[in-house]
Design a binder for this molecule. Sequence first.
Ligand SMILES: [Zn+2]
Length: 465
Amino acid sequence: MKNIRRLQIVSVLSIILTIIVVSCKEVVTYDLAITDVQVFDAYTGEVNTDKTILISGDEIAAIIDKNDGFKTRETIEGKGRLVSPGFIDTHIHFGDLYGDYDEAPEYLVSDSVELYQQKLSDTFLKYGTTTVAVMGQPEKWLEETIHWQKNAKADMPNVLVTGGAIISDEERPPYGGHVEVMNPEDARKLVRKYHEKGVKHIKLYWRLRLPEMEAAVDEAQTLGLNIFGHIDFNLVGIPAVMDLGVKHFEHVMTVSNDAFGMSQYYGQLNNLMEEHYPGIEAYFPYLLEQMQMVEDTPELRDKRDGLIQNMIEKEATLSTTIHLFGTVVKRTFFNSYITNYYADQNPDLNEAQLERLNKAFDTFMAYIKAAHDQGLKLRIGTDCKEGGQAALSEMLLLSEAGFPMSDILRIATLNGAEALQIDADSGSITAGKKADLILFKNNPFENSKALLDEKTVIKSGKVYN
Ligand SMILES: [Zn+2]
């Protein structure tokens, strides 16, 4: 008798509980639902079909089966189309957008702040890039842009900033986005200053000499800052900087440059340039020919490939920056203005020159592909004035070089998020992460050119127009 009563009480209680749970569930009304979509999983590279993405505020609340019930304020009908996370560009410069040197405004704080932010959205967000990392900027812009970093908005990409790119004392006046340190103690002070201002990432430039490099890295590590290095021309050398514990490196070309180093082959390369490019002093053709020489010279090629192995073992990451080279050899869907410094030196190349450089570009893409296949983590870093379009261009170039679309999307999303240490919030379509998404009109898995087609960009849970 007692047992029966207990059973009755238990069953009544469980009915009440069920009613509460069910009614609670029904109370949840999502802000936005993207129904019937294919969801790209950046972790596995797989595409999950017949899903619906539910969004609350600026977050992905759940990913459910397309036939499951839900309540929402707003709906986008996916009609079986693909959704990927928003793209992450890990290497941009505000100077490319707002002016370098003479044209640069002294401060970004003025009546024009909204115009600056609009420019950022027009350049990136429109094309699907929802997060950008600024790898060096004028120090006077830091105050305002740190504010952008701390206050994500639906109509602007997420912004992560460094201060100036750090260099050692040099003869010439430093570039707009660079900042000089006079000695190791000075380097430590600067890193501490940036940390106090709220900077989470610092950028070391290859003009930073070893004593200051060691001090800056050590101070940054002590403070828990994330370090990115454009280490080039073997001045300090990528292996030496990796030995200090730096993991993130800029521009794939630097691996080849590092192998070439200050080698005995400089004379040979200069002769080659004079022979094939008389009267032309162009930086990009020079770099491409250098890459080809590294490929054609067993000693240098082994050095390059050894460095790639070393980077893989140390779990290093590398930003791409391939669109600019693609522009030089006319392989991109649009042509970029090549950084103002070299613009007047970007000559019209003749057929024979273009043929040589296209071969070198293929060499470049082949060593990137080999590095990727062996496990080197790449991330998109356009370093380009037209960043959003350049990111798409880079993805197309990767596709032409034989990268599978799932790898390309991962390089453009999760790999960047992991390197920037924002993968708890970004880089994949996962419940709890920020709702920064791209709904493609046409499926890039079927044709990579679909990357260029119309897309609906969702930023912080809102459709960007
Ligand atoms: Zn750069």
